[in-house]
Write a protein that binds this ligand. Structure first.
Ligand SMILES: Nc1nc2c(ncn2[C@@H]2O[C@H](COP(=O)(O)OP(=O)(O)OP(=O)(O)O)[C@@H](O)[C@H]2O)c(=O)[nH]1
Length: 192
């Protein structure tokens, strides 16, 4: 058996039932789980290799449980993460409050973790605009850019990781790097 070497740890955070597991399932296995909702207990791990230019970056994705009951455990999973995908349900304003909580916590505790804010269940608001509870501009206040699909979101995570890794290498050799970006946000509006 051959174990996969993980280059970057990625953590999924957000209120329960916002769709973190569905997002990871969609991205890694290209499927949407049907049937009754099953909450994540503790956390689940999956690794995925992504081509970035001529390199292959392997993301190790920790899908945490959203229930506040598991909050202390989620903290263990974000330690040392290079990226956090913080999810909120576009039809649930309380999930946006919870997302803000995680963003603040990551900003305070994980200075090298890049934060990607991700609005989920876009299909529901496409079907009925009145269901939208979080204004695009509210999310934009937290975001520096947008991606539209799950694939582009994780591709961006891998590319940003690659750029930062290169930056650290250059720093060590003492070459001038120009501007340094430590932490910023991306917003993604799809779960497909
Ligand atoms: N309509 C719609 N439903 C979704 C979407 N993503 C997830 N769901 C549904 O929302 C429910 C919760 O999805 P999960 O992916 O299990 O949510 P989670 O954030 O992992 O939940 P926890 O494990 O409790 O933290 C399930 O019934 C999903 O089918 C989406 O994009 N659109």
């Amino acid at each position: 058996m051959c174990a996969m070497r993980v280059d970057a740890k990625v953590v999924m955070l957000g209120k329960e039932s916002v769709g973190k597991t569905s997002l990871v399932e969609r991205y890694v296995h290209n499927r949407f789980l049907v049937g009754p909702y099953q909450n994540t207990i503790g956390a689940a791990f999956v690794a995925k290799a992504i081509q970035v230019g001529d390199k292959v970056i392997t993301l190790g994705i920790w899908d945490t449980a959203g229930s506040e009951r598991y909050e202390a455990m989620s903290r263990i999973y974000y330690r040392g993460a290079r990226a956090a995908v913080v999810c909120y349900d576009l039809t649930d304003s309380s999930s946006f409050q919870r997302a803000k909580f995680w963003v603040k916590e990551l900003q305070n505790c994980e200075e090298h973790c890049k934060i990607y804010l991700c609005g989920t269940k876009n299909d529901l608001i496409q079907g009925d605009r009145s269901l939208r509870q979080i204004d695009f501009h509210d999310a934009q206040d937290f975001a520096e850019g947008t991606t539209t699909t799950v694939t582009t979101l994780f591709q961006k995570v891998a590319e940003d990781y690659n750029d930062t890794a290169l930056q650290f290498m250059t720093e060590e050799t003492g070459v001038d790097l120009g501007q340094k970006k430590d932490s910023y946000f991306y917003s993604c509006c799809h779960s497909n």
